[in-house]
Write a protein that binds this ligand. Sequence first.
Ligand SMILES: NC(=O)c1ccc[n+]([C@@H]2O[C@H](COP(=O)([O-])OP(=O)(O)OC[C@H]3O[C@@H](n4cnc5c(N)ncnc54)[C@H](OP(=O)(O)O)[C@@H]3O)[C@@H](O)[C@H]2O)c1
Length: 294
Amino acid sequence: MTETSDLVIAAAADSVPNIALNDGNAIPQIGLGLLRIDDDAVAPVVESALASGYRHIDGAAGYNNEGGIGRALTATGYNTGERRASLWVTTKLRDSEQGYDSALKAFDRQAGLLQVDYVDMYMLHWPTPFDWRSGETWKAFVKLRDEGRVKTLGVCNFLPEHLERLHDETGEWPAVDQIELHPTWQQREVVAFCKEHGIAVEAYSPMARGADLKAGDGTIERIAATHQVTPAQVILRWHIENGTIIIPKSVHAERQRENLDLFGFALTLEEHAAIDALDGPTRAGHDPMTFSYA
Ligand SMILES: NC(=O)c1ccc[n+]([C@@H]2O[C@H](COP(=O)([O-])OP(=O)(O)OC[C@H]3O[C@@H](n4cnc5c(N)ncnc54)[C@H](OP(=O)(O)O)[C@@H]3O)[C@@H](O)[C@H]2O)c1
C-alpha cells in the first residue's frame, strides 16, 4: 500500500465543510463514529482516521472505549496544542449518570480517560422521559461550559417534546441534536423542528448500520454506478447535501477514507429526490420514548 502524503491528508481534512452552530462554534460536517469498538481495539481505528484527515470523533461513556481513544490522542499528539485545537472531540454522558453532581463527576472521569483538558461537545445520550433529569443535568453542563471544559452542549435522541421541555426548564436550545437518520428513516418532523429552532441535526447510523446500502431495490447502487462511487458515498453525499452532520463508523482505513471522500461528485436533483423517496417506517435503533442506554 502506498503511503498517503501529508498534502493529501491536509486536502482531505480541508475539503470537509464546517457547520456553524447556534453557540458560535463550528463543527466539521463529517466525524468518525466509535460505537461497538472494544477499548483495546479502538486506538488504531482512531489513529488511522486521524491519518486520513478526520478532524472529528464521536464517542460516548456508554461505548466503553474512552480510555483507548485517549491513548490514541496522546500517541498522536492530538490531545494538546495546535493539533488538539484542530480536532473536534464529542462524548456523551451515561443515562445512569444524569443529575447535577453525578454529571460533573462523570465528566471528570471521562476527560481523564480521553486525556484532554476540554471536550468540544458533551451530550445527553437519551432523553429518558420516564425518568426525566435533563433540566437538572443541563445545569451541570452549563457549569462545565462556563469553566471552558466543554465548548458546545448537545443532546441525542431528543424528539420535539423533549427539546421543548428542556427549553422550558433551562431557557436554552441545545446546539446539536444527534438522531438516527438515514434514507429509510428520515424523521422529517424532528429535522423541521430543529431547523426552526436553530439546532443543528447530526445523523447517527447514517447508513442504517449498512442496511441502507441496498435500499430501494437497488436505487442506491444504481446511482453509485452512474457516478462511479460506492453506495456508502451516495448515501453520505445525500446527507452532506442536506446540510446534516454525519458520523459514519468504520474500523477499516480504506472505508474511512471512502466515507470522507464525498466532494468530487454531486447528486442530480432527480437522484437526490429518489433517495428522499426511500423514507420508511422502520428504525434501525431504539425508541427514545422507552430506551435507556444505562
Ligand atoms: N447517540 C446515539 O444514541 C447513537 C446511536 C447509534 C450510533 N451513534 C453514533 O453514530 C455512529 C455511526 O452509526 P452506526 O455505527 O450505528 O452505523 P453506520 O455508520 O450507519 O454504519 C456502520 C456500519 O457500516 C459499515 N461501513 C462503514 N463504512 C462503509 C463503507 N464505506 N462501505 C460499506 N460498509 C461500511 C461498518 O463496517 P466496518 O466498521 O466493518 O467498516 C459498520 O458495520 C456510531 O458509531 C456512534 O458514534 C450514536
